[in-house]
Design a protein around this ligand. Structure first.
Ligand code: PLP
Length: 482
């Protein structure tokens, strides 16, 4: 080791704080106007690399380099024009609390390590149960997102299913058991499929009951399958808020089926469960309180920073069984204080509860009702603008905050139009003023902007439509010229 080697030094901290404050101010002042992606973002990202430096540059220099070279390689996901996937922003309260989380560097493994983080996690889960109309007695855990919340919910389902076969799956594994039957509509999210693979249940255990090309549920087919199981336990998966058009599986009717046939009902409401926050949409999630496990995301409609999600489970004991682990050094088995590491997949855990608590404390139930309604209104505005544009075509109803449409300059309904829209999605992404994803909806290539950021306003949506039409017309002209 050289004598000049830089090591962490208390004297660096003051300049780090000053640097952060200056950059935070600059960024927050311009975030509404920043492009969603800079034209040279790819190159800027690739400029990072090379071998591990022998000697460091110290904290301030490292931060200057990170900011100076790195900012052009970021996507402005916290700005008002990012409509790809389901990408929430970060409320001022959540953002501030997230900064404090970094400052305090709390871990939420156990009470002993941070009474605050653990207590706030309990409070937040209780508040969210109230917001979503879930029974207060349910258990829950904060996760890294909806994928891991699906993992937790389905791990509880697997534990229950094993119990029904007389096997503690967490101890004995799945060997010797039949396959766990999983029944869903075509709306099942890709992450839930992945989680079934991680749980050893297998992706191909899923039977999809669909009645059309969009994937809407065929309830009669699902019921026939349950009846044919002849009392054997099964898992039903409902989606509240599917990603292409924001539609919902009929949760209440699926809860009826689960009750009648003794099945487990898991509801993936990553963003759609926020429909419960407004009387305008709450009927869409009627029956969710009769489910056995429920997934919700934090970094989507709650607008807390990445990463954050929530798993809720009717029977808290199942979480304790599925995720139990012990090592004497970790915690004293006689200590009654909570150990959250034993209720979910992670041991050491970021204290995500600080940001969740702060945003719920700052804006409350009414604030979230208004936020959801702001986005419902914006989605309706977008749908109206699409409907009023002769070269745009709405492909689905808009029950929530996703608007599924395509550019159609009069090309009929064939592969040429699909090619045009696939290219248009890519062109919009490269253009950088807005970000939107392409998808396939009922066999047609479409755009599916999803509005879920507190910063987005009507003027942004109007500008977005203008950009889609401008780039679409240019592409169509290029195609016509061959
Ligand atoms: C319905 C649904 N489930 C699960 C997920 C996965 O969420 P995450 O990216 O937070 O893991 C998403 C993401 O869009 C989703 O919409």
């Amino acid at each position: 080791m050289s004598d000049t080697a830089r090591v962490p030094d208390r004297n660096e901290l003051d300049e780090v704080v000053r640097f952060f404050e200056a950059k935070a101010r600059e960024y927050l002042e311009e975030v509404d106007r920043r492009p969603v992606l800079e034209p040279h973002a790819d190159q800027a990202a690739r400029d990072f690399g090379g071998a591990l430096p022998r000697d460091g540059v110290g904290a301030l220099e490292a931060l200057i380099e990170l900011w100076g070279l790195g900012l052009p390689a970021t996507a402005t996901t916290s700005g008002p024009g990012f409509y790809h996937w389901v990408t929430g922003g970060s409320t001022p309260a959540a953002m501030g609390a997230d900064w404090l989380t970094g400052l305090l560097d709390q871990q939420a493994y156990a009470w002993l390590g941070s009474p605050l983080a653990v207590q706030l996690e309990h409070v937040c889960l209780d508040w969210l149960k109230e917001l979503f109309g879930l029974p207060a007695a349910w258990g829950g855990i904060i996760t890294t997102g909806a994928s891991m919340a699906n993992f937790v919910g389905l791990a509880a389902a697997r534990q229950w299913w094993g119990d029904r076969h007389g096997v503690d799956v967490s101890e004995a594994g799945l060997s010797g058991l039949p396959r766990m039957p999983v029944h869903a509509s075509g709306y099942i999210h890709a992450s839930a499929v992945k989680m079934l693979s991680m749980l050893g249940v297998g992706r191909s255990s899923i039977v999809r009951h669909t009645r059309d090309a969009v994937g809407r549920i065929d309830l009669a087919s699902m019921e026939r399958a349950l009846r044919a199981l002849d009392g054997e336990p099964a898992v039903l998966m409902a989606v509240a808020g599917e990603v292409n058009a924001g539609d919902f599986d009929p949760i209440g009717e699926m809860a009826d089926l689960a009750a009648e046939y003794g099945a487990w009902l898991h509801v993936d409401g990553a963003f759609g469960l926020f429909a419960a926050a407004s009387p305008r949409t709450s009927r869409l999630v009627d029956g969710v309180e009769r489910a056995d496990s429920v997934t919700v995301d934090g970094h989507k409609w709650l607008n807390v920073p990445y990463d954050c999600g929530f798993a809720f489970v009717r029977d808290p004991l199942l979480l304790a069984q599925a995720f139990a682990y012990t090592a004497r050094y970790l915690s004293d088995p006689d200590d009654p204080r909570p150990v959250l590491g034993g209720l979910g997949p992670e041991s050491s855990r970021r204290a995500r509860s600080l940001a969740v608590w702060a945003t719920l404390r700052a804006y409350g139930r009414e604030g979230y009702r208004r936020l959801v309604e702001q986005h419902l209104d914006l989605a309706q505005l977008l749908a109206r603008l699409v409907g009023a544009s002769p070269d745009l075509e709405l492909l689905a109803d808009v029950p929530l905050n996703v608007v599924c449409f395509r550019f159609n300059p009069g090309l009929g309904d064939g592969p040429e139009l699909d090619r045009l829209n696939a290219e248009l999605a890519e062109r919009i992404q490269r253009d950088g003023r807005f970000m939107v994803g392409g998808t396939e909806y009922g066999g047609r290539v479409a755009l599916r902007p999803t509005i879920v950021n507190w910063r987005t306003r009507g003027a942004d949506v109007e500008r977005f439509v203008g950009v889609v039409r401008e780039l679409g017309a240019r592409l169509a002209d290029g195609m016509a010229e061959g």
